[in-house]
Write a protein that binds this ligand. Structure first.
Ligand code: FAD
Ligand code: NAD
Ligand code: FES
Length: 309
């Protein structure tokens, strides 16, 4: 079990959790993610590690509630626990001294891009962070974005905060004003990453995108996260999640991400009808597992053994 030590709202429908996971905290690098399961028989979902504190043995994740599992997870509070967490998974972001690096992040993608932005700044790049959100309530982690960059721009679709327009509008303006950009990382909804790729490819700017394909095992075995780069198949979990934007087939990614839409909608509808029962069941099962673990620890201690349970 992985105990939640802190839970707080970060934006509209977006929650941040600090979770005890000492081994993952020691090993994680920017760009890596975990796969977690909230409960027995629950689905396994990938989430990026926003930060880690190896001394405290904790990792921080940020979750946008969009379907059943993320919505259930977002009901949890400090003191609750998550059944299992596997990680760190995936290749870390490639950190080099590119020169000027522009980070374009949409919605929860801001949390996902922050560790890479910090690492690029530490590697002596000039970091420009462009955060996009639908409206003011969805602008997240502005202070951290400003600290992780040399220049930060907040864009909202409706103009309720920062400047009005999409993240691509700001990049276009900067490029038109003669800003030299040597590297771009785009993390956000698929249409946004595709729009960034279409803008930077003709200019020859090296651009990476963090692909949000559906994942199951996270080990390259199930094929669930298959993505197409030109004619080549890759697995986002082990070959990514970051890929060269110019090669990604975004249409195939969209088709594959929509494959289970009907089941996802049914599952969300059922969850909304039985939200309280689901949460109560989850908490009861955590309590009974904790009791089992405590009993096992007591038995082992009585036998003079000191295994970690
Ligand atoms: P579902 O019922 O599965 O889906 C609801 C809707 O989301 C549907 O419209 C569906 O088409 C779409 N969808 C389904 N699966 C995914 C998916 N894997 N990614 C995006 N959309 C999907 N989300 C965060 O909030 N924070 C993160 O830090 C984060 N990091 C990620 C890192 C990686 C490497 C990947 C692959 C995804 C990441 N995601 C992150 C997305 C997150 O995994 C999905 O939002 C989650 O799996 C949806 O599960 P659900 O049961 O709540 O929704
Ligand atoms: P959204 O539609 O509100 O978009 C967020 C921001 O991205 C916008 O404010 C805008 O600046 C930019 N954007 C969106 N569409 C664009 C386009 N066509 N061209 C240029 N810029 C564009 O995002 P949302 O509804 O919060 O998230 C939608 C989905 O994206 C969710 O399923 C979420 O899981 C997924 N997502 C995936 C990742 C990832 O892993 N790469 C990151 C964030 C969100
Ligand atoms: Fe199964 Fe990537 S999640 S192969």
């Amino acid at each position: 079990m992985f105990k939640i030590v802190e839970a707080r709202n970060a934006g509209l429908n977006i929650r941040q959790f600090v979770i005890e996971a000492p081994r993952i905290a020691r090993k994680q690098r920017p760009g890596q993610f975990v796969i977690l399961r909230v409960k027995e028989n629950g689905e396994r979902i990938p989430l990026t590690i926003k930060s880690a504190d190896p001394a405290a043995g904790t990792i921080t994740i940020v979750v946008q509630g969009i379907g059943k599992t993320t919505s259930l997870l977002n009901c949890l509070e400090a003191g609750d626990a998550i059944l299992d967490i596997v990680g760190p998974l995936g290749h870390p972001s490639e950190i080099e001294k590119y020169g000027t690096a522009a980070i374009l992040a949409g919605s929860v993608g801001t949390a996902m891009a922050l560790p890479t932005a910090r690492a690029l700044k530490e590697a002596d790049n000039h970091v420009i962070f462009i955060e996009g959100a639908r409206n003011r309530e969805m602008v997240i982690f502005e202070d951290e974005v400003r600290a992780a960059s040399h220049e930060a721009y907040m864009m909202t679709d409706d103009g309720s905060y920062g400047e009005q327009g999409l993240v691509t509008k700001k990049l276009e303006e900067l490029l038109a004003a003669g800003q030299k950009v040597d590297f771009v990382l785009a993390v956000g909804p698929v249409p946004m990453m595709r729009a960034v790729a279409r803008m930077t490819a003709p200019l020859g700017i090296k651009t990476m995108v963090s692909l949000n394909s559906i994942m199951v095992d996270g080990t390259g075995m199930c094929g669930g996260c298959r993505v197409l780069l030109g004619n080549e198949s890759k697995f986002a979990c082990v070959d990514g999640p970051e890929f060269d934007a110019a090669k990604v087939n975004f249409e195939v990614l969209m088709q594959r991400n929509a494959m289970y839409r009907e089941q996802e909608c049914q599952s969300m509808k059922a969850f909304n009808e039985h939200r309280e029962e689901e949460l109560a069941q989850l908490r009861a099962s955590v309590e009974s597992r904790e009791k089992e673990a405590a009993a096992l620890r007591a038995r082992l201690a009585a036998q003079g053994e000191t295994h970690h349970v």
